[in-house]
Write a protein that binds this ligand. Structure first.
Ligand code: ADP
Ligand code: MG
Length: 348
């Protein structure tokens, strides 16, 4: 590493930083099938199985605001977002460990509430919480979760396997979690300005729940497996469809066409976007925190998913030279750029 020159994090962004760390940390053991660069690391066991390992850090003030986030939901989300990375490898999660940074602002009962949510998620996804670490914090609550999972070695799906002409699929719908966040933020401002005001959140339960208590799509992983289908590439949507599609295209060395009119959006998310004067396409592409799965399948597998209620086909894979584009409802072909939650970029 070059230690004489000072480079600002904002110059290279989160993904630029990860690329630099990756170049600095070549894998030592030949048991490492995948190191930095996918949703989870993949480590060979002595039989035909692999271990999957992934970690996510949630920081108060960056990833959540306790003004409107119930601790039980937060605990649930901390586990679900980790399970989502194992789902994105087509694996099965088994264990989690939890690191907590706490200030004395929290009572024992509050921490138990956080753990009630974690336990609920562990029960939902059949994983065991088997340890962690606890420390004090002077700057809010921090929750670090590491998840371990398993898969057969030949079952794992990487970001890198997409082939030209493959169909691009997405689970569930997009943008709801982002609109839920906009709504919660707006109501927080209203409350701060006038604590007498009651929040206007009726009929918005779905998008608020998508933000506060997202689910990992293990259900879709299970149903794809039972259909005898293995995607050629897969990633979970944490930073937004655009950013994740760019990851698949970069790792697979391909391009892509997606169609605005094929992108799934919930009616409530659509209406709320309009209410906020935000283009629904923008929230579908860049919203983030959907924790849906984005994956590619060969065209010959189309029949298997055609009537699946939780899967939309949104486009197809092109050659790298053709780039990554979205065909809009207004018949424009617009290049897709990754504007995910690139934490250090000054534009965010
Ligand atoms: P995801 O959104 O799926 O959690 P990230 O974008 O956070 O993935 O990370 C992409 C890849 O970079 C993963 O393989 C992850 O393990 C790795 N990575 C992220 N941060 C670091 C870090 N600080 N040190 C080493 N590897 C990292
Ligand atoms: Mg991921």
């Amino acid at each position: 590493m070059n230690n004489t020159k000072r480079t600002e994090l904002s110059e290279i962004g989160e993904f630029g930083l990860i690329d630099r760390l990756k170049a600095y940390l070549p894998a030592k053991s030949d048991k490492i099938i995948k190191s930095i660069g996918d949703d989870a690391a993949v480590i060979k066991n002595s039989d035909d199985s692999v271990q999957l390992i992934s970690t996510d850090l949630l920081m108060e003030g960056i990833h959540f605001d306790l003004a409107y986030t119930p601790l039980k939901h937060l605990g649930y989300k901390a586990i679900a977002v980790n399970v989502s990375d194992i789902a994105a490898m087509y694996g099965t999660p088994s264990h989690v460990v939890v690191g907590l940074a706490l200030s004395n602002r929290f009572s024992v009962e509050a921490i138990e509430e956080l753990y009630a949510g974690m336990k609920l998620a562990c029960d939902t996804y059949s994983v065991d919480l088997v340890g962690g670490d606890t420390t004090s914090s002077r700057s809010g609550l921090g929750i670090s979760v590491t998840v371990v999972g398993t898969a057969k070695a030949d079952e794992v799906v990487y970001r890198s396997g997409a082939q030209v002409n493959d169909l691009i699929c997405v689970t569930g719908d997009l943008g709801a979690a982002f609109m839920g966040l906009q709504l919660l933020e707006r109501e927080k401002q209203v409350y701060l300005a006038n604590p007498e005001m009651q929040p206007e959140l009726t009929d918005k339960e779905y998008i608020i729940e998508c933000q506060l208590k997202p689910e990992a799509r293990m259900d879709v992983v299970k149903s794809l497996k039972s259909l005898g289908l293995k995607p050629t590439s897969m990633i979970d949507i944490s930073d937004g469809l655009a950013s994740e599609l760019m990851h698949i295209c970069k790792e697979s060395n391909v391009g892509a066409y997606i169609y605005e009119d094929k992108l799934p959006i919930d009616q409530m998310a659509f209406d709320t976007a309009r209410e906020f004067d935000i283009n629904p396409l923008t929230i579908m592409l860049n919203g983030g925190e959907d924790y849906e799965l984005l994956f590619t399948i060969p065209q010959s597998d189309y029949e298997k998913i055609r009537n699946h209620p939780d899967i939309s086909v949104i486009g197809y894979i092109k050659s790298a030279e053709e780039g990554v584009h979205v065909y809009t409802k207004g018949d424009n072909l617009v290049p897709v750029t990754a504007q995910g939650w690139n934490h250090f970029k000054s534009s965010k």
